[in-house]
Write a new protein. Structure first.
Length: 213
């Protein structure tokens, strides 16, 4: 079961360039230490004005081993001490997610140019209904050309919520998928049925651009 983390930092006033440089440096250190880290810039949604670093691990044991290695690394410690003093941004989220599919491991060719995401909190007593709706939604997303990934937040900003992330090659791919979904009769009928019988509340939505080299 793959595990992913999100570290999100809100950019402080007049610190956009410094924050972007610090984000790129953090990704460089994590990759040097063997992690497939990605820096994301929200271009739409509630997270705009911040930047995210996300890392995927094989499982919780891999996450624990990696955390110990990163925290013990002198280069990382020097970087963290320096940006803590310069402080181009403030941390506003540190979340851990686990894939609902216990067999999921991201493929090497999985597109990561753009990610569109929604995060949901199931209504009390409606978790099974919500799970069934997500399963149907994932089938539609795949049929329309999206690459979905469904995760549950274990700890962090919205614990025990469900994140549905859709990977796209680039912004053009995101636009093509969105236009297809907006005009697809089957998907629109599904979405209408969800709206008429909601089983969850939306707690996050956004479009995120991969700004990693």
């Amino acid at each position: 079961m793959a595990v992913s983390t999100i570290a999100r930092f809100r950019t402080l006033p007049d610190q956009g360039m410094a924050h972007m440089a610090a984000s790129a440096e953090a990704v460089g250190h994590l990759r040097r230490l063997g992690r497939a880290a990605v820096a994301l810039q929200p271009v739409a949604g509630g997270d705009v004005g911040s930047m995210l670093t996300t890392v995927t691990y094989a499982d919780n044991a891999d996450w624990a081993t990696s955390m110990q290695r990163v925290l013990a690394d002198e280069g990382w410690q020097e970087f963290w001490a320096r940006v803590s003093v310069d402080q181009p941004a403030e941390q506003v989220e540190s979340s851990i997610f686990a894939d609902l599919d216990p067999t999921f491991q991201p493929a090497a060719d999985r597109p990561l140019g753009v990610i569109s995401a929604t995060q949901w909190r199931a209504h009390p007593g409606k978790l099974a209904d919500f799970g069934a709706q997500v399963e149907k939604g994932v089938a539609h997303i795949t049929r329309l050309g999206g690459t979905p990934r469904v995760m549950q937040s274990l700890v962090g900003q919205h614990p025990m919520t469900t994140l549905v992330a859709i990977a796209h090659a680039d912004l053009d791919g995101y636009a093509a998928f969105s236009d297809a979904a907006a005009t697809d009769e089957e998907f629109q009928a599904f979405w209408l049925s969800v709206g008429l019988n909601p089983s969850a509340d939306l707690v996050r939505s956004g479009v995120y651009l991969n700004i990693s080299d």
